[in-house]
Design a protein around this ligand. Sequence first.
Ligand SMILES: C[S@@+](CC[C@H](N)C(=O)[O-])C[C@H]1O[C@@H](n2cnc3c(N)ncnc32)[C@H](O)[C@@H]1O
Length: 221
Amino acid sequence: MDPKRKKEIKERLLGSKFRLISERLYLAESKNAGDVFPDEECFREYHRGYQKQKEQWNVDPLKTITKELKKKDDAEMTVADIGCGEGKLAHLLRKKAKVNSFDLVSTAPHITVANMNNLPLPKKSVSAAVFCLSLMNKDYGAALDEARRVLKKRGALLVTEIESRLPQDKGSFIDEVESHGFALVKERNIDELFCYFEFARSKKPLVKKKETLKPCRYKKR
Ligand SMILES: C[S@@+](CC[C@H](N)C(=O)[O-])C[C@H]1O[C@@H](n2cnc3c(N)ncnc32)[C@H](O)[C@@H]1O
């Protein structure tokens, strides 16, 4: 077969697999999210597809997170990168912070296998918690609670999300996160595709709001 055609077919297959796994992660309850990756190769393929997807973006939201964290005046910064994928944030921040990287599968020695609703970190132990496009499961509110548990007092919660996942009124997403015991610090559009939110750990309100982010749906091709 013509090598160009072969490459095209391979990329298409990678793209479909990426979309299929993403949809499964969006529709899964967090306790079952690990079942989406039956083996390490499946996780690696998903991330190869994710990297391909990234080539079409003008901005990498992980770079936005990196810039925001580098601005912070904290000589002993510790970060929990929750749903870290291939653990790139740890490399990007190697001169600035100690990054604890967590995901459902580990593809590098610095990544710890952990479900985001149950992190192997003591309470109030990190200065920042990061969800870079990783608030994926149906019940992601449980992961927000877990992030609050491991964050120090006034610790920072950094979230980047796909604009189209947000409810029409962005304020309801902010209210929802705040109802888990956070206060909005800043919020902005990164570009037409992505939004950035930063919250500070604050007092816990009595009533938690329901999840407002929509699952990311892909067009059938
Ligand atoms: C779109 S990728 C983003 C990866 C990384 N944050 C980045 O920006 O490169 C989302 C990641 O969240 C992880 N994830 C989804 N649900 C999870 C869960 N319940 N516990 C831990 N990780 C989860 C996925 O395995 C995936 O690696």
